[in-house]
Design a protein around this ligand. Structure first.
Ligand SMILES: C[S@@+](CC[C@H](N)C(=O)[O-])C[C@H]1O[C@@H](n2cnc3c(N)ncnc32)[C@H](O)[C@@H]1O
Length: 362
């Protein structure tokens, strides 16, 4: 599977859209607010910029990217109040894969401007959409001051090769053979290094980058976080195979292009690539149950008879399931997924883990 041709979050503003089901990611971004603020302060306290060029990579089609831009702009404007400097204009590039629903995102831009009721206090933000993979060059050399990317770099550029023996698993899992674990790690290494090479070319010396990556704490590749999301999805698909609703071979042929690194893995790839210094590196954790006030009853706090976390997962992975299995299995798969999820979360405490790093271009 070539991720750039298949992957996109559910578009539009409907019940299953990413725009309406991305509260987990919003919470993760809000936990990194301080890190974003520190990076921006560091960037702007050294030089004044007439135009600050900002890019959000893997922006998707919901409100979270505009929330991030708001936080970046707020940090700059606050700093300018303290220093007495005139605030810059902002050129903001919103990047995602070509299949992303950029139109839904662009329709949210007037609301972004209207958040500032007095027109004279409105920051001058000039937005552009940039379709393309962040595992390649997206911008000219030395053209960016600040790069942000949240909850996106766990998506690999493709499913690793030679993992046919992963069988009933759909990603790294407890029962994955060692070659599968190695292949996923190798693909992450290749992709993340390419990502850093490209950004090293594009970001000016002294420029900043804040990355939040769905990750894991333990060295076991199947320990928790995203792997757990995939493990439950694999169980739902396996149930459908047992019931004769999906061919076993179809499941054996399906693997997801996802990898959740540890803090140590992220650190070592950055150090080996060599173009950035690390100014902050932390692990963040969010409890799954925190998103569902009525988790045990199976009724979501949004009152739509679903579970918020399950809906967030569906908004993110539905398209790759559709691509491989066709649309006949999707409802059944997510009904089973919801039951498995409610059962597990009521018995065990589970957390989403993210590795968050703030970098400065040397
Ligand atoms: C879970 S969403 C996160 C969106 C947003 N940053 C947020 O935090 O809500 C991940 C996004 O990364 C995008 N993505 C994945 N691989 C990508 C790539 N190689 N290049 C650009 N975008 C990518 C996906 O299309 C998706 O929109």
């Amino acid at each position: 599977m070539d991720t750039s041709k298949v992957l996109h979050m559910n578009g539009g503003l409907g019940n299953n859209s990413y725009a309406r089901n991305s509260s987990i990611q919003k919470n993760v971004i809000s936990m990194t607010k301080l890190m974003i603020e520190e990076a921006v302060m560091n960037l702007c306290s050294q030089t004044t910029h007439a135009t600050l060029v900002v890019a959000d990579l893997g922006c998707s089609s919901g409100p979270n990217t505009l929330y991030t831009v708001t936080e970046i702009v707020r940090a700059v404007e606050n700093l300018c109040k303290v220093t007495g400097h005139r605030p810059p204009e902002y050129q903001v590039f919103l990047n995602d894969l070509p299949g992303n629903d950029f139109n839904t995102l662009f329709r949210m831009l007037p609301d972004f401007q209207e958040k500032y009721p007095k027109s004279e206090e409105r920051p001058r933000c000039f937005f552009s959409g940039v379709p393309g993979s962040f595992y390649g060059r997206l911008f000219p050399c030395n053209s960016l001051h600040f790069v942000h990317s949240a909850c996106s770099l766990h998506w690999l550029s493709k499913v690793p090769k030679h993992i046919e023996n992963n069988e009933r698993n759909i990603c790294t899992a407890r029962t994955s053979p060692p070659n599968v674990l190695e292949a996923y790690h190798e693909q992450f290494h290749e992709d993340f290094t390419m990502f850093l090479d490209c950004r090293a070319a594009e970001i000016v010396s002294g420029g900043s980058m804040v990355l939040t990556i769905a990750g894991r704490r333990s060295n076991d590749q199947y320990s928790n976080g995203c792997c757990y999301v995939w493990e439950l999805l694999a169980m739902a698909l396996q149930e459908m195979v047992s019931e004769g609703l999906i061919e076993e071979k179809k499941l054996f042929d399906f693997n997801v292009p996802g990898y959740t690194p540890t803090l140590e893995e992220v650190k070592s790839k950055i150090e080996n690539q060599g173009s950035f210094s690390i100014s902050n590196l932390v692990v963040l954790e969010v409890n799954w149950g925190a998103y569902d006030s009525k988790i045990n009853s199976g009724v979501s706090s949004e009152g739509e008879g679903g579970i918020n976390v399950v809906k967030c997962v569906r908004a993110a992975v539905e398209q790759i399931l559709l691509h491989h299995f066709g649309d006949g299995i999707v409802e059944g798969c997510f009904d089973r997924y919801k039951k498995l999820f409610v059962d597990r979360v009521s018995k065990e405490e589970k957390v989403f883990t993210d590795v968050c790093v703030s970098l400065i271009r040397k």
